[in-house]
Each structure stands twice: as structure tokens, then as C-alpha cells.
Design a protein around this ligand. Structure first.
Ligand code: NAP
Length: 242
């Protein structure tokens, strides 16, 4: 069997990815998020709120099964939040903690547990795909916590890949920018105030002009990378590369 752990599987890209993978009877999916929206024989949901670190620490082990007969085990850190859009100096202090907990701290804990559990597994392909963003490399006003969190995810991925190479485990780690996806996150961006995000009109135009890609289409790109890692130009990569 191929075993996939996908965070943020309740909607958006994560849900589209889980549903696409479940079409293949060789695949099993564990979805992790606050809400459960998929019912399938080969799907298991683990409810976790990534903004509740104490709760995550207590329950994280429940995400990981032994996956004894696995030929392939993949962790997809997809859950993400942009948080309240606004300038540094005008934001609530809790905002930074919230965005970092969901976008960096819990993904790092999941990577840590995944590697502890599976890095030395023989005869099994092991991969971590962290869903990042171009915002991790290009500053956008009003998005400081989000941009910084995705930059952190990129470096976390690069460092983990370097370590796995030094250990000779064969684990592949990617930080994949998925492009502009037509999800609730984009809805939230379009609703922001121009005084808090100067490019808001550009994002409204993306939607109006059909520039957003469906989650299903992006899910196929993620699957392409998982099936053929050589498509990526490096650890930090983009769906635009392939
Ligand atoms: N949409 C874009 O244009 C775009 C562009 C670049 C990068 N990305 C990245 O792509 C990924 C997927 O984004 P999306 O657009 O599909 O977002 P989305 O539609 O807003 O879905 C976000 C997912 O994250 C989960 N999540 C949110 N808060 C959570 C929490 N506190 N604990 C656990 N899970 C939580 C949600 O599940 P629950 O609400 O059920 O918990 C949901 O399944 C994110 O990492 C995002 O940063 C998106």
C-alpha cells in the first residue's frame, strides 16, 4: 500500500489531493484538520487544531500508524492560514503566534515524528511535501507573518533534506509552491482592506479574469511530483516548474 498523511484535508487543496489519491485502490489517506469532510473506506481522519499546541502535543502520535506493509509513505504538510491581514505595528500579538503555530511549528513537529518513525524503514519510498508559497520568497505588505512562516518552511525543508542526505536515508523533502488556487484562502485575501494590503485589487482581478487554478488541477501537479520527484528543480520548488 501507499500511505499518505495529509494535513488540511477538509477543504481546498488538501481535500482535492486526498480525494484524487483515494481513486487509486493502492492508496490509503490519513487526513488531519479540525473538520472531517471525507468518508471513504481507505480514509481515516485525525481531528487536530494546530493552533492548540498543548492539544497537538498530546494527540500528535495518533496521526501515525505503523504502516507495516507500506511501499510508500508520504507526509503532506498542507494545512495553512494567512491569519488577519494587516501591517506589523497594527496587528494583534497573538496573530504571529497563531500563523506560526499552524504554518511552521506543527508542520515541524509532524516532520520530526515522521522522520523518527520512518526514516530508517527499508524497501519503502519516504517523502515529505510541505506546501509553501511564493510569498515565502517575495514580501507582500499585510502578509508579514504568512510570508515569514513560508520562508521558515522553505528553510526547514532544505535543512531536513540536507540532514537526510547526510544520514543516507533516501527520504526526499520538498517545499512546493502551489501557485494561485481558487480556495477559501483566496476569498479571504480578496475581502481584505486596501489599506492593509495594497495589491488587493490585483487579487480580485485574478479571480475575475479566471487566473486562479482549481484545487483539483493543482492536486494533480502535487501527485506528479510525488510520483516523479526528479521533476522538481530543488527542495524549494514550484508547480510552475513542471
Ligand atoms: N490558495 C492559494 O492561492 C495558495 C497559494 C499559495 C500557497 N497556498 C498554500 O496551500 C495550502 C492549502 O491552502 P488552501 O488554499 O487549500 O487553504 P484553505 O482552503 O483555506 O484550507 C486550509 C486547510 O487548512 C486547515 N486548517 C486551517 N486552520 C487549521 C488549524 N488551526 N488546525 C488544523 N488545520 C487547519 C483547514 O481545515 P479545518 O478548517 O477543517 O481545520 C483546511 O483544510 C496552504 O498551506 C496555503 O498556504 C495556497
Amino acid at each position: 500500500m501507499n500511505n499518505y498523511i495529509i494535513t488540511g484535508a477538509s477543504r481546498g487543496l488538501g481535500k482535492a489531493l486526498a480525494e484524487a489519491l483515494l481513486e487509486d485502490e493502492q492508496n490509503c489517506v490519513v487526513g488531519v484538520s479540525r473538520n472531517s469532510t471525507i468518508t471513504h473506506d481507505r480514509y481515516r481522519h485525525q481531528q487536530l487544531d494546530f493552533s492548540d499546541i498543548a492539544g497537538v502535543e498530546h494527540n500528535l502520535h495518533k496521526v501515525f500508524s505503523p504502516f507495516d506493509d507500506a511501499q510508500k509513505i508520504v507526509l503532506v504538510n498542507n494545512a495553512g492560514v494567512i491569519g488577519e491581514i494587516g501591517y506589523v505595528g497594527q496587528s494583534k500579538n497573538e496573530h504571529f503566534e497563531f500563523v506560526f503555530d499552524v504554518n511552521v511549528i506543527v508542520p515541524a513537529m509532524l516532520m520530526n515524528m515522521f522522520l523518527q518513525s520512518f526514516q530508517h524503514r527499508q524497501n519503502c519510498e519516504k517523502m515529505i511535501v510541505n506546501i509553501s508559497s511564493g510569498a515565502g520568497q517575495r514580501a507582500k505588505d499585510g502578509w508579514a507573518a504568512y510570508c515569514a512562516s513560508k520562508a521558515a518552511l522553505d528553510m526547514l525543508s532544505q535543512t531536513a533534506q540536507l540532514e537526510q542526505e547526510q544520514l543516507g536515508t533516501g527520504v526526499r523533502v520538498f517545499s512546493l509552491s502551489p501557485g494561485l488556487i481558487d480556495t477559501e484562502m483566496q476569498e479571504q485575501i480578496r475581502e481584505s482592506d486596501a489599506a492593509q494590503f495594497s495589491s488587493v485589487q490585483q487579487f480580485r482581478d485574478y479571480k475575475a479574469n479566471g487566473a486562479l487554478v482549481s484545487p483539483e488541477e493543482v492536486a494533480q501537479k502535487v501527485i506528479q511530483l510525488m510520483e516523479k520527484p526528479s521533476l522538481a528543480r530543488g527542495v524549494v520548488c514550484s508547480v510552475r516548474d513542471f
